[in-house]
Design a protein around this ligand. Structure first.
Ligand code: 13P
Length: 256
């Protein structure tokens, strides 16, 4: 069996001012301090990154950005680069979230450049992939996942591939309360793992695959116990520090 550490990440999206984030983190830290063996991250707006790096120092909670540009610097108004994030002490970055792809036109080509840029700067990337409701109905889930995983990983060296965490987030389950069934999640997570294995066989067993989409305290335990699911990327329910802590602690109890 592999030694994959459970990984719980809360994606705040465009929520929480710095003042609200400080209040949140003060409530979260004592609740997760006993979660031995679980990696915990909060993925926060750019404006709260520096404050959260400061407030989480010495704790088990890591701080992630929600996107970044592939270039190190240049004429890209409004964008932020990987070195700018590492300068702040940020640990990682979410890349290719479906909201970035759908609302802001982020492409697979740009993502293929963002992954090596993130790793080169020392950031831990979470690559998000997932199908729309129409694609699932048309039985195109695997085709979509294959395309997104292979495009996203294509410019990485073999030894970099296992350092990427991949979040399977079916778009129809995001923010809808309509969580995918354990069977659907396991099937897709195993498929994503196999896709990674097709590219780098030895990475299949070590790459971490997360699930995202309407994860809540009452369904987290069952999802986290699935054999190919190593954690969760939680949106709405992560905004409540008590609920997020409950899910972190569920990851601790879920069998590996
Ligand atoms: P919800 O947990 O709100 O469905 O969001 C999932 C998500 O998009 C995490 O990145």
């Amino acid at each position: 069996m592999s030694e994959r550490r459970p990984f719980l990440a809360g994606n705040w999206k465009m929520n929480l001012t710095v003042a609200e984030a400080e209040e949140y983190i003060a409530s979260l830290l004592p609740r997760v301090s006993g979660a031995e063996g679980v990696d915990v991250a909060v993925c926060v707006p750019f404006t709260a990154l520096a404050a959260m790096v400061d407030s989480t120092r010495g704790s088990r909670v890591q701080v992630y950005a929600q996107t970044m540009h592939e270039a190190t610097h240049g004429a890209f108004t409004g964008e932020v680069s990987a070195p700018m994030l590492t300068e702040l002490g940020v640990h990682g970055v979410v890349l290719g979230h479906s909201e970035r792809r759908q609302v802001f036109g982020e492409t697979d080509r740009a993502l293929a450049e963002k992954l090596p840029a993130a790793l080169a700067a020392g950031l831990q990337p979470i690559l998000c992939v997932g199908e729309t409701e129409e694609e699932r109905e048309r039985d195109e889930t695997e085709r979509k996942l294959r395309h997104q995983v292979w495009e996203g990983l294509q410019d990485l060296a073999p030894d970099q591939v296992a350092r990427v965490a991949i979040a399977y987030e079916p778009i129809w389950a995001i923010g809808t309360g309509q969580v995918a069934t354990p069977e659907q999640v396991q099937e897709a997570a195993a498929f994503v793992r196999a896709l990674v294995g097709d590219k780098v066989p030895e990475a299949a067993d070590t790459v971490r695959v997360l699930y995202g989409g309407s994860v809540k305290p009452d369904n987290a335990g069952e999802l986290l116990a699935l054999p190919d699911v190593d954690g969760a990327l939680v949106g709405g329910a992560s905004l409540d520090a008590g609920d997020f802590a409950a899910m972190v602690n569920a990851a601790r109890r879920a069998p590996a």
